[in-house]
Unconditional design. Structure first.
Lengths: 113, 114
C-alpha cells in the first residue's frame, strides 16, 4: 500500500505570495492532519480534516487554511507569506480519525525569501 | 493544556550500549502516547504507541516504552543501539477530537558513536 504523498517536495516563494501544498493520504484513510516543523518552534499542529470537515484546529493565524476533498486528498494554503513561514510542512493520515495512529508523509520544504 | 517534555536535547550512546530517552507528559485523562523517529530530511515514522492495557509497549526496530502514570512518563528504551538508530526522536500525546491533534515534545537527537 502506498504511503502518504506530498507535493511538491520543495518550494521557494517570496514574501507576500501565496502557496498551496497538496497531500494524498494512504488509501482508505479518512483523516488528514497538517503540521509545521521549524527549528525554533518544533512540530506544531495546524489542523485536521475528517470527511471533508475541519475537526481540530491549532493556534495559527487565518492566513493558514486547508480543505479536504471527497477522495480524502487535502490541500493547505498559506496566503501573504512571511519569512517565518519557512518550514517543513508535514501531512499525516489516519484510518478513521479516532484513536488511530497517524502516518506521516515526507513533507514539503517551503522557503520564503 | 496538554504538553510533552523531552528533557534531553542531545544524547550520545556508544554502538551496542543501551538507550533510554525520557518523555514526560501533562494530560488530564488517560493519554494516548506515541514515539516517532525522524531521519534527516525525512518525515516521521511511528515507533510505538500506547492507548491502554499493558504498560510496557513493544515497537518496531527493537524499541519498547513503558507508561508510568504515577510519574507521567513514557520513556523509550532499546537494549542495544545500532549506528542506524542515529536520528531525532519525538514523543507525542494525542489530544483534541479523536485524539488526532498530536502535541509533540521538542525532540531528542540521538548520536551513536563507534
Amino acid at each position: 500500500k502506498a504511503g502518504v504523498t506530498q507535493t511538491p517536495r520543495y518550494l521557494i516563494k517570496t514574501r507576500g505570495q501565496q502557496v498551496t501544498l497538496s497531500c494524498s493520504p494512504i488509501s482508505g484513510h479518512r483523516s488528514v492532519s497538517w503540521y509545521q516543523q521549524t527549528p525554533g518552534q518544533g512540530l506544531q499542529f495546524l489542523f485536521e480534516y475528517f470527511s471533508e470537515t475541519q475537526r481540530n484546529k491549532g493556534n495559527f493565524p487565518g492566513r493558514f487554511s486547508g480543505r479536504q476533498f471527497s477522495n480524502s486528498r487535502s490541500e493547505m494554503n498559506v496566503s501573504t507569506l512571511e519569512l517565518g513561514d519557512s518550514a517543513l510542512y508535514l501531512c499525516a493520515s489516519s484510518l478513521m480519525g479516532s484513536n488511530n495512529e497517524q502516518f506521516f508523509g515526507p513533507g514539503t520544504r517551503l522557503t520564503v525569501l | 493544556a496538554q504538553s510533552v517534555t523531552q528533557p534531553d536535547i542531545h544524547i550520545t550512546v556508544s554502538e551496542g550500549a543501551s538507550l533510554e530517552l525520557r518523555c514526560n507528559y501533562s494530560y488530564g485523562a488517560t493519554p494516548y502516547l506515541f514515539w516517532y523517529v525522524q531521519s534527516p530530511g525525512q518525515g516521521l515514522q511511528l515507533l510505538l504507541k500506547y492507548f491502554s492495557g499493558d504498560t510496557l509497549v513493544q515497537g518496531i526496530k527493537g524499541f519498547e516504552a513503558e507508561f508510568k502514570r504515577s510519574q507521567s512518563s513514557f520513556n523509550l528504551r532499546k537494549p542495544s543501539v545500532h549506528w542506524s538508530d542515529a536520528a531525532e526522536y519525538f514523543c507525542a500525546v494525542g489530544a483534541g477530537t479523536g485524539f488526532q491533534k498530536l502535541v509533540f515534545g521538542t525532540g531528542t537527537r540521538l548520536l551513536v558513536s563507534p
